[in-house]
Design a protein around this ligand. Structure first.
Ligand SMILES: Cc1cc2nc3c(=O)[nH]c(=O)nc-3n(C[C@H](O)[C@H](O)[C@H](O)COP(=O)(O)OP(=O)(O)OC[C@H]3O[C@@H](n4cnc5c(N)ncnc54)[C@H](O)[C@@H]3O)c2cc1C
Length: 398
């Protein structure tokens, strides 16, 4: 009988087992996860869960009906693939698991700062539960990293009455994701919330009193939170023969260099046909939707994942959304004033919209995403006018 093992019981792993059954796979199915919790949603961890306004509950899944063996608290430690036939063995902390087809969905792990002092990260439910009680009025909280997670955690900590400082190595918040020019437009949000933002500051190490910066300055802290990004969780695959290039390398069908092994979600560096390059997108939507393609591939059905990346973030009372990919864009145009209640940034190549960032303008996001997806050419003067709907800002045909 066919025997599929899925490693990693997060969103991408869960969606893969669900998609396999939905597509008619009738063989044995096992989902293995290192955490002791059933699969749950991560985005609320740095928002409502950290604020103590909600706890995360597992996705509602009837495992018996799904005919899926769920093995929790069990970490995959290595992978051996047969040389002479498809399949192999995953060695785990609780013994080996043989498979003839495999899906890898081990997500990503937060990067920690050097030094012996205590530091929090926020990736898992246990991380959020351990940090949450420390966020009390007057507590000095220092967050390293002004990316999306750092900004969300700063929002919550400031809302709890903590004295919050965010230190960032780049010259602006969100510079890595949006570029320094657009990222800088969010700097005022920190001051508004009473959060001290220090950019261009590099941390040397964490010690018992807080942070020591490169150059020797000290930033005292009661609580240090590292929000400096993640690494795809692929260390256990070293030596397996699968290609790793920061993430686990897969094509647009989510197939690795072995046809019977797929990978999906935050652990992958996936080939985007649309952008002609590999992407490492640490976004919920990829983990939600790409498993459909991974499951089809495992079942021998042709499928390609080619959606423009999309993510959202709730920070400083604003909803920030981004769709597309602007690495090759020629210029960026603002739509509305960053001092106003809502605005957007639009990245363009010629008259083609490559990416859109919206701040409290959800309609722009929906319409922009459609234009990006369809490759429709826009009228560059009209799109800069916030009173013209994006879907009406099309380039007149010659
Ligand atoms: C705090 C937080 C807030 C976020 N907010 C947003 C947001 O607002 N918008 C957005 O678009 N995205 C957001 N994201 C990103 C989004 O949640 C992730 O992209 C998504 O969870 C990735 O799913 P995944 O299944 O690929 O990986 P994960 O969710 O990381 O799941 C991987 C699972 O595999 C397990 N695992 C790892 N190694 C092994 C091993 N060797 N053996 C067995 N199991 C293993 C892990 O323990 C984990 O449970 C957020 C992420 C975090 C952490």
């Amino acid at each position: 009988m066919a025997n599929i093992v899925v490693v990693g019981a997060g969103l991408a792993g869960l969606r893969t087992v669900q998609a396999l059954r939905a597509k008619g796979y009738g063989g044995a199915l096992t989902l293995v996860g290192a955490e002791t919790h059933e699969p749950y949603d991560r985005p609320p961890l740095s928002k409502a869960v950290l604020a103590g306004e909600a706890d995360v509950s597992a996705y509602p899944v009837d495992w018996e009906q799904l005919r899926c063996a769920l093995l929790l608290g069990r970490r995959a430690e290595s992978l051996t693939l047969h040389d002479d036939r498809p399949g192999g063995t995953v060695r785990t902390t609780h013994g080996p698991l043989d498979f003839d087809r495999l899906a890898i969905a081990t997500g990503a792990t937060p990067i920690r700062l050097p030094g012996a002092g205590a530091q929090h990260v926020i990736r898992t439910l246990d991380d959020a539960r351990s940090l949450q009680p420390s966020l009390r009025p007057g507590v000095r909280v220092v967050i390293v990293g002004a990316g999306f997670i750092g900004a969300e955690v700063a929002t919550v900590a400031a809302g709890k009455g903590c004295r919050v400082t965010v230190v960032e190595a780049a010259d602006a918040p969100l510079a890595g994701a949006l570029g320094p020019q657009i990222g800088a437009l969010t700097a005022a949000w920190y001051a508004e919330a009473g959060v001290e933002l220090r950019c261009g500051v590099k941390v040397a190490w964490v010690d018992s009193g807080g942070l020591t910066l490169v150059g020797g300055d000290v930033v005292p802290a009661d609580v240090v939170i590292a929000a400096v990004g993640v690494r795809p969780e692929v260390g256990w695959l070293v030596g397996s023969g699968l290609e790793i290039e920061r993430g686990l390398v897969v094509d647009g069908a989510m197939r690795t260099t072995r046809p019977e092994v797929v990978a999906v979600g935050d652990c992958t560096a996936w080939w985007s046909r649309r952008y002609g390059r590999r992407l490492l997108a640490e976004h919920w939507t990829l983990a939600m939707n790409a498993p459909e393609v991974a499951a089809a591939t495992l079942l021998g059905v042709d499928a390609v994942y080619d959606a423009p990346p999309y993510f959202w973030s709730d920070q400083f009372g604003r909803t920030v959304q981004y769709a597309g990919h602007h690495h090759a864009a020629e210029r960026v145009v603002l739509r509305g004033s960053p001092d106003g209640p809502g605005w957007a940034a639009l990245w363009l190549s010629g008259a083609r919209l490559e990416a859109v960032l919206t701040v409290d303008r959800p309609r722009d996001l929906v319409q922009g995403r459609r234009l990006i997806d369809a490759g429709t050419e826009v009228d560059v003067d009209l799109i800069a006018d916030p009173d013209v709907m994006l879907r009406h800002a099309l380039r007149a045909r010659a």
